[in-house]
Design a protein around this ligand. Sequence first.
Ligand code: PEP
Ligand code: MG
Length: 603
Amino acid sequence: MSGTGSGSADGRWLAGIAASPGIAIGRAHVIDRRRVKTPRRRIEDFEIPDELERFEAALALSDEQLERVKRKLREREGEDHFQIIEAHQLILHDEHLVEPTRRRIREERANAEWALRRTVEEIKSVFDAIEEDYFRERRSDIDFVGDRILRNLLGEQVDAIGTPAAGAVVIAHDLSPADTAHLHRASCAAFVTDAGGKTSHSAILARAFEIPAVVGVERATEKIANGAMVIVDGMRGQVLIAPTQEELEDYRGRSRRHSAFVGELLGNRDLPAETTDGARVHIFANVEIAEEIPSAMDHGAEGIGLYRTEFLFLERADLPREEEHFMHARGVLRRVTPFPVTFRTFDLGGDKVVAFAGAGKEANPALGLRSIRLCLKERGLFKTQLRGLLRASAHGRARIMFPMISGVTELREAKGVVEEAKDELRKEGLPFDESIPVGIMVEMPSAAMTADLLARECDFLSIGTNDLIQYSLAIDRGNEHVDYLYHPLHPAILRTVRYVVDAGHAAGVRVGMCGEMAGEPMFALVLCGLGLDELSMNSTSIPVVKSVIRASGLAEARKLAQDALALATVEEVERCVHEAMAQRFSEDLLRAAGEVSGSKTTG
Ligand code: PEP
Ligand code: MG
């Protein structure tokens, strides 16, 4: 993902991707870590053992350094944030990294630096081929690990980002999770990077640490001078260099209002999302990695409505084993207990197969062998995950959710694998929750149209609007050229949501929503009116969505939904919803709410 534009004509405004909300004002601390050069050198036979040894030593040193980062992190943060560092340690010892490098040294008579660089490039090219942003972004993890080994081979200082002064705004090409944790400890005010996307690990950690961040700002490291005064607006995804006195005052005011608003909302975080006339909506968090759990619970989540387990896959080149699935899921459940966790089984993209199963590249990965289709083809992989999740279910309130279900046949097949896994565990005498709820995501028109049939055969439905909108309106969710067509309030989407909710309720199952639409405060009222039982969203949206629901009546929400459903165009529906919200909530609250959630509609 690259920056969203180059900014203003005078070059003072830079635009990027809003990665973590908040406003920071401070002096720039530019980290200049240019790429290391690694020319090829042909080595002689007698040099091979030495070269191999140098490589092993660099691996061991890298491991030691990461261990130190982890230790420091644990002292300061407890157990919360070091799993990403562990993921880097796993990459460090991964056979896909280590073996080809050794082979290049031995067979191609290459120096260790070049052999390693080639291997890293090869692994990254697999990640590059993957269409979805958050898969593609994992290649930066490989980069960070490769860079660390390389610098150790060259005897360079590895953790050379230094310690910026407290309150500094860090400007870097890219930041590893270890860097991000280090900057958090150094109390830096914000960070801005040339590279990265909303779902890169450093962005995820910035949100978990609540450090404002703008990523994907094209050539920020070249455009911002060390020591320059900058303003980082993590809500709008903007960076302002050398602000005027007036601009500084303006942003200080905005920053104060934002902090006050967030503080006020957090005061209500533990209150239930209950309408003034007593209807209860359950508010859950969407979580990608375990590091986000404390932030989710601190924002008042009543559980996790979407745990994107595929992240377990993305930090490595091999497959997780059952024991890892089990330990990971058990750890998550323990931290969230007594609340429930909905584990979504692997939702891997079509191209992901390339990395593991050697399948060819697909012309249309979004319509290809992905998600549940891949799991049903690779049953071993699927069952391994299910066994791990089932075993973990003995330690908390777990739910299992299948992504991208297209119809009843697929649901039955997936449930069949769950039953097989359960049978095996029973025979092996391993405990699990016999009545673990099994549900599906409704994210394809075919699933929506058969929601009544699907609901009879599963325990809950969760509407995944990110894909549902993509497939219903035929717009690639990653293509900025059709982004203007992305309208969650399209009449087709509202009707689909209504149909799915009614179908689920008629079959006696709960219906939730876990796409980005669920975390948009502007839509909270109409979603309540459509009858959703659960909304699962990014953590920072939780307090504001709760506040909107707590200030509204179900009767008025239903009336709004009814009015909106009767309208013909997106524009009419949007106007109707915005007007209804504007009547009930102050302009300030709506603007601030939009900023907290990074909303496009209210910002
Ligand atoms: C969705 O499609 O709405 C969803 C929540 O899943 P993902 O964004 O992971 O595809
Ligand atoms: Mg989806």
